[in-house]
Design a protein around this ligand. Sequence first.
Ligand SMILES: [Zn+2]
Length: 136
Amino acid sequence: MNTRRSPDYLAGYPPALVHQVRTLIEQGGLADALRRRYPQGHAVRSDSALHDYVQALKAAHLRSAPPLAKVRFDNTLHVIRNALGTHTAISRVQGSRLQAKREIRIATLFRAAPEAFLRMIVVHELAHLRVREHDK
Ligand SMILES: [Zn+2]
């Protein structure tokens, strides 16, 4: 039995919005509402396209943040780890220096999600290059 619960992704949003979303979920209308609001898909369908997408956002907004060694979709994140995205930094000794290889993984479900959702999770994981924890 999986005892890990999904994080409450709606925590922190205004109560009226949370109520609206929960009502749509109860009525089974959330997917249709989202499709109406975000009719555009996106072309970020492969690891290489995701890599370019993330690097472009990083270059535009976080140029001085440490470099990313790897960016990829991960189809185990959502199911196994209850995560929509992850960022990791694996430290290893290279000569006399300690080198951190930073990696961002995005749950594969965002390949088919609207671009606004992909952007949201990518921006979140990029922000972790600067801020490790989830505080205000
Ligand atoms: Zn996070």
